[in-house]
Write a protein of this length. Structure first.
Length: 257
């Protein structure tokens, strides 16, 4: 078989894979339950998995808080991608997980406007290609993907429905997180300087994987706490676009079980 034919086959395989990924990504979350009367908060609901889950939940009758940074982008989704009958169920609330003050302001507004929360889906994730510390002094990865969600969850715990649940989105990348003694100390202190972002020890990919591993550990800690309560927490794994169907299945199960 000639090289040209092999290259053509590879290109066709990539095109088919991409098409399948897009089809799955645009597919249904397969939530069969009627979600009318439920209040659900989803961080990062303006793109990717968060967006399609939010849209499906609205279609099932839930009132969904699109907890996002970009008001214009999010309202465009609500106005253009939700049918007129259910459009009032999609609500934008601004939150920037890289700012603890923004998280505090968000939770204060939610508590004033709504009595109880049925589901909190900690979905938002950040993957910057630059090193930057937030206004709170933490590396952006750590705060946006992990610490921001921890603070958000803590501040909303007393506002969860008695049978409510918290769902933390993780990633298959947590399996590839690398550890050594120095790293564990850095994890404990949440102190990552620039060499950990660009250096050979981890690099940005491993730092991202770390935040997803932290979300799983956070979920275990929540379950320890919730054993004394009637709440429910669960972590779900995300991966590549071609595996979105599996994530949807995990999320659907977490939402409905």
């Amino acid at each position: 078989m000639g090289i040209a034919i092999i290259i053509l086959i590879i290109i066709l395989a990539l095109i088919i894979s991409f098409a399948i990924g897009n089809h799955i990504l645009a597919g249904k979350c397969n939530i069969s339950h009627d979600m009318s009367g439920k209040l659900i908060i989803i961080t990062g609901a303006s793109s990717g998995l968060g967006k399609y889950t939010a849209l499906e939940l609205v279609n099932k009758g839930a009132k969904v808080i699109f907890a996002c940074r970009n008001e214009e982008k999010t309202n465009k989704i609500i106005n253009n991608e939700i049918n007129e009958k259910n459009r009032h169920l999609g609500i934008f609330e601004k939150i920037d997980l890289s700012s603890f003050q923004s998280v505090i302001n968000f939770t204060e507004r939610i508590k004033k406007k709504y009595q109880k929360i049925d589901i909190l889906l900690n979905n938002a994730g950040n993957a910057p290609d630059y090193y930057r510390k937030t206004e709170d002094g933490f590396e952006t990865f750590i705060q946006c993907n992990f610490l921001g969600h921890v603070v958000l969850t803590y501040l909303l715990m007393d506002h969860m429905n008695q049978n409510g649940r918290i769902i933390n989105l993780s990633s298959l990348g947590h399996n590839y997180c690398v550890f050594n003694k120095e790293m564990i100390e850095k994890i404990y202190d949440c102190d990552f300087d620039e060499k950990y972002f660009f250096g050979s020890i981890w690099g940005r990919n491993n730092l991202y994987n770390l935040t997803k591993l932290m979300m799983i550990y956070f979920t275990h800690e929540l379950n320890e706490y919730f054993n004394k309560k009637k709440y429910f927490s669960k972590s779900c794994e995300s991966s590549s676009r071609s595996c979105e169907y599996r994530i949807y299945a995990n999320l659907s199960k977490s939402i409905m079980d």
